[in-house]
Design a protein around this ligand. Structure first.
Ligand code: PEP
Length: 255
């Protein structure tokens, strides 16, 4: 496996945007634009309440639907939470876990990220596992140590077989929703550190087969250069995924 044979994935993270009716229109429009662009996997991660509408609108298209979080317990007294089997039964194939906004605003830790990842994998979901350094860590020159540590903690106890369903999204926190993008060289280098850490944990074959996305203000203008880098196998896209034409331009760059 190498960049040419690894599965590229372009995933949108709608965050807390779009009502169900807006989701239907946006999924349909996106699917119309990306039809036939099969050089990468295309995923839209929508709010929980939009899942039914999004799955229906995506039927028969090359757009897959994802969720933005999942709880680690199968059922029980966890008010406001959603289990992995609830997602799969609704037709969800992917789930974002460990997004920096979950870590920053909702107390997610590497431990809960790891538990959620295990529950999602056990239910047959594909996991878009987010990690990345904050600005102070980049300025202090400890980005490599931070992403290596997060990779090890978030993947603790996950088997090499299960790694077939894990996608890492390297998202420098300082670049998310800020308009600041990592340079293609920074993205390539840090995705490379994550790949090297996976190689230490699972061996070179698993590391070379793992899809590692970049996320952080990726848009139609900068996608092609970021995606051309050896260690960047796709993108997790927030703001630009809300505009079907911009998202389509990123999919076209990945193709
Ligand atoms: C994200 O939410 O994962 C993200 C990368 O957002 P944006 O593209 O808006 O920076």
């Amino acid at each position: 496996m190498n960049k040419a044979t690894r599965k590229a994935i372009i995933a949108g993270n709608w965050k807390m945007n779009m009502t169900p009716s807006e989701a239907t229109a946006a999924v349909k429009k996106t699917a119309e634009l990306v039809a036939g662009k099969d050089g990468c996997e295309i995923v839209l991660c929508v709010p929980f309440v939009d899942i039914a509408a999004a799955v229906e609108a995506a039927k028969g298209t090359n757009v897959k639907i994802g969720a933005q979080n999942v709880h680690f317990e199968a059922k029980g007294a966890f008010t406001g939470e959603i289990s992995a089997s609830m997602l799969t039964e609704c037709g969800v194939e992917y789930v974002i876990i460990g997004h920096s906004e979950r870590r920053q605003y909702f107390g997610e830790t590497d431990e809960t990220v790891n538990k959620r990842t295990k529950a999602a994998l056990a239910a047959g979901l594909k996991v878009l596992l987010c990690l990345g350094e904050v600005k102070e860590e980049r300025l202090a020159g400890i980005t490599d140590e931070i992403v290596a540590m997060q990779t090890k903690l978030d993947l603790a106890g996950i088997s090499a077989e299960d790694m077939k369903n894990v996608i890492i999204a390297y998202e420098p926190v300082w670049a998310i929703g800020t308009g600041l993008t990592a340079t293609p060289e920074q993205a390539d280098e840090t995705c490379g550190v994550i790949r090297a850490t996976i190689a230490k944990l699972y061996g070179a074959e698993v590391a070379e087969a793992t899809t590692i996305q970049y996320g952080g203000s990726m848009n139609d203008a900068n996608a092609a250069e970021l995606l051309s880098k050896y260690n960047v196998d796709g993108g997790l896209i927030g703001g630009a995924s809300l505009v079907p034409e911009k998202f389509d331009a990123i999919v076209t760059a990945a193709n």
